[in-house]
Design a protein around this ligand. Structure first.
Ligand SMILES: O=C(O)c1ccccc1NCC(=O)[C@H](O)[C@H](O)COP(=O)(O)O
Length: 220
């Protein structure tokens, strides 16, 4: 079984962090997008981030955020990575890496082959790529919609940078997704929720188990 790393996105409480740690996940995603049911204020995000032990990477998810917004987030919340989930260009990605000294993961929404056209240019700018389902035109959110895409679009690719698969993953389909795409990192939000924006510890544990195999979670 390959070594699979798991990101659970949209954590909102200390209890969510405990569930993620108990399950043995590797990344915790904190959403800063006011329209999202998973949005955190800076005060809420600080509480969640300080509950995370060393070894659990704290990832701030933002959407076309300006410098002032990012300055406030980075100042208030201890972070290990930025996830850019908007229309950020490779130049913007590079500028933010430089400005904050944090690794940057750029999300790319995929519905068809054409959405992967800028992959090489973005790979040169970002530390990691998050390959996610492209949101439908009518979607309220640019991500976290629980929708998947055709995994064959990414299955045979050669990657210049580490990448993570997202979009509609669940405890029920994640093992197949890994097998079909050869990905080594997976990301989930909706698929481990009891209701929109509310994480379910049992589904988080089931997701990590299904992704990583039956190994004992790491000791912390
Ligand atoms: O989760 C949100 O509310 C959200 C809001 C704005 C941009 C992105 C958002 N989420 C992205 C993610 O949670 C994940 O990185 C990924 O897209 C997986 O989502 P899901 O399909 O729900 O598992």
């Amino acid at each position: 079984m390959p070594d699979i790393r798991v990101k659970i996105c949209g954590l909102r409480t200390e209890a969510d962090v405990q569930a993620v740690v108990a399950a043995g996940a590797h990344y915790a995603g904190l959403v800063f997008f006011p329209r999202s049911p998973r949005h955190l204020t800076l005060d809420e995000a600080r509480i969640v981030a300080f509950a995370a032990p060393p070894g659990l990477a704290k990832v701030a998810l933002v959407v076309d955020a300006d410098d002032a917004t990012l300055d406030a987030i980075v100042e208030a919340v201890p972070l290990d990575m930025l996830q850019l989930h908007g229309h950020e260009t490779p130049e913007r990605v590079a500028a933010l890496r430089e400005r904050y000294g944090l690794p940057v993961m750029k999300a790319i929404g995929v519905a068809d082959e054409g959405d992967l056209a800028g992959l090489i240019e973005m790979s040169l700018a970002a530390d990691q790529l998050l390959i996610d389902a492209k949101p439908p035109r009518e979607a309220e959110l640019p991500g976290g919609n629980g929708l998947s895409f055709d995994w064959r679009l990414v299955a045979q690719r050669r990657w210049l940078k580490p990448w993570m698969l997202a979009g509609g993953l669940t405890p029920e389909n994640v093992a197949e997704a890994i097998q079909r795409t050869n990905v080594r990192q997976v990301d989930v939000s909706s698929g481990v929720e009891a209701s929109r924006g509310v994480k379910d510890p049992a589904r988080i544990a089931a997701f990590v188990r299904a992704a990583t195999g039956p190994a004992v979670p790491r000791l912390r």
